[in-house]
Design a protein around this ligand. Structure first.
Ligand SMILES: C[S@@+](CC[C@H](N)C(=O)[O-])C[C@H]1O[C@@H](n2cnc3c(N)ncnc32)[C@H](O)[C@@H]1O
Length: 443
């Protein structure tokens, strides 16, 4: 990373380098080694670290070097001094690990503190703000900022800089700590040249990254082909995540063990792990649904045998321990299931998968659980056509280019991505016919 920082632009006398979140000073040591190898004086370096436990080691490592200062400060506090170089491995701290006060303070000060932000995005923003014109920055972070929605403000901010290189480094670089790290080299200048991407298999590609905050993954994956304007959202009445009960242990049971007196409340159900690539749809479990087919929660007096089952002390106390019951009936699902959409012919897919794979539920009786996404065509007669399209190599390539990555190279299918899958124009015609047909039926 130090070599990348100084590539084609070695530090001059008086150059000032920043290491925000310097920890015990690994990068500062790297700068000292680089200077010794190149037989130049160690440039001025400022390391900033908020955790005092790291300071003794960081300071010991640079003892006797008057050009290096290690400050015990919060890097995210307002600062003025500008730097010629920034190098860092910013902290990866999800919003859930921040106090409410910290979240509020950061949201006031940082454009990147949006949605479920992570601290490394804010480190990026502050570091870019402190980079002198022509200055260079090298950060190692999770690669997620290349595509997650939360990083849209950062991607928009980065459009004003030249992203010289994105180096997708080995997953094991930080042991188990970071999945899919990326080393990004940025220059504070207009982007005159394309960005060099170095892939994990050593492949290289020059790409032009979009400036509008949208995901960089399609450009990085070389997906520039013009696409059909029509998307899955246009031809479907719903693309959603399956049902969250908050207590599957109570509501879900192997169908073979389901007592006959509960059959009338039960629907076949499926979880993501039961969807297997290349295999037919098979439900071995049932879900007990305390809702009518119109999606309304049944009154307690309407529950009958289901009420008796749910009121067993162990079941009821389990249901009452769920956080959702503070504002819901004790036997309601964590989220109300939109049964009028769910109980229709639909397409199912696993939320996290090694390869996007779709199955049709022609009878429309399966209630998908939270680890399954379901896609309900507006026109049920298009069910298999849409399912075949989603399983086509075209749609798969699109999904693989646009989906977030989970661990081990798996893809995370999410409804906001699924909704944008381009679909062939031929599906639009049928959709319009259906629209006319249903308008007629309404009248
Ligand atoms: C991922 S570690 C990197 C440490 C070091 N740069 C390295 O690569 O070994 C991030 C460091 O940032 C520090 N840190 C977290 N929040 C900080 C803040 N607001 N200001 C300064 N340092 C912070 C943490 O204490 C931690 O040492």
């Amino acid at each position: 990373m130090v070599a990348k920082l100084f590539e084609g632009c070695p530090p001059r006398q008086g150059s000032l380098i920043l290491d925000p979140g310097c920890g015990s000073g690994a990068f500062i040591q790297g700068i000292v080694r680089w200077s010794n190898q190149h037989e130049v004086a160690v440039p001025r370096v400022v390391g900033i670290e908020s955790d005092p436990r790291h300071l003794p080691e960081a300071r010991r490592g640079v003892a006797g070097l008057s050009s290096v200062a290690i400050l015990n400060e919060d890097f995210l506090d307002p600062r003025k001094e500008l730097f010629d170089y920034v190098i860092g491995n910013p902290p990866y701290v999800p919003i859930t690990d921040l106090t409410i006060a910290e979240r509020g303070r950061y949201r006031e000060r940082y454009a990147t503190a949006r949605g479920r932000f992570d601290l490394y995005l804010l480190f990026y923003e502050q570091a870019l703000r402190l980079l002198k014109p022509g200055g260079r920055l090298v950060f190692i972070t999770p690669e997620k900022f290349l595509y997650v929605r939360t990083a849209e403000p950062l991607r928009r901010a980065l459009a004003r800089f030249s992203i010289e290189e994105i180096h997708l480094v080995d997953e094991t670089t930080f042991g188990d700590l970071v999945t899919y790290p990326a080393i990004t080299t940025i220059v504070n200048s207009r982007a005159l040249t394309p960005t060099r991407v170095i892939f994990r298999d050593g492949d290289r590609r020059e790409v032009r990254l979009p400036a509008d905050g949208t995901s960089w993954i399609p450009a990085i994956n070389g997906d520039s082909a013009p696409r059909s304007e029509l998307t899955l959202a246009d031809i479907c009445r719903r693309v959603s995540c399956g049902v969250a009960t908050g207590a599957d242990a109570v509501f879900v049971t192997p169908t073979a063990q389901l007592p006959a007196n509960l059959w009338r409340f039960a629907f076949p159900t499926i979880a993501g792990r039961q969807i297997r690539i290349g295999q037919a749809l098979h439900s071995s479990h049932s879900i007990l649904v305390p809702y009518g087919r119109s999606g309304d929660l049944l009154g307690e007096e309407q529950l009958g045998e289901l009420g008796t089952y749910l009121r067993q002390p162990e079941q009821q106390s389990r249901l009452e321990r769920r956080t959702c019951v503070t504002h819901k009936r004790w036997y309601a699902f964590h989220e109300n299931p939109p049964l009028t959409d769910i109980l229709r012919p639909k397409i199912l897919c696993k939320d996290i998968t090694s390869r996007p794979f779709f199955l049709a539920d022609e009878a429309g009786e399966i209630v998908p659980r939270h680890s399954v996404y379901y896609i309900v065509p507006k026109d049920p007669s298009q069910l298999h056509q849409i399912c075949d399209h989603l399983n086509s190599s075209d749609a798969r390539a699109w999904l693989e280019a646009h989906c977030q990555r989970a661990a081990n190279g798996f893809f995370r299918l999410q409804s906001h991505v699924l909704k944008h899958v381009p679909v062939p124009p031929s599906l639009a015609n049928a959709h319009q016919e259906t629209l006319f047909a249903s308008a007629g039926a309404d009248r």
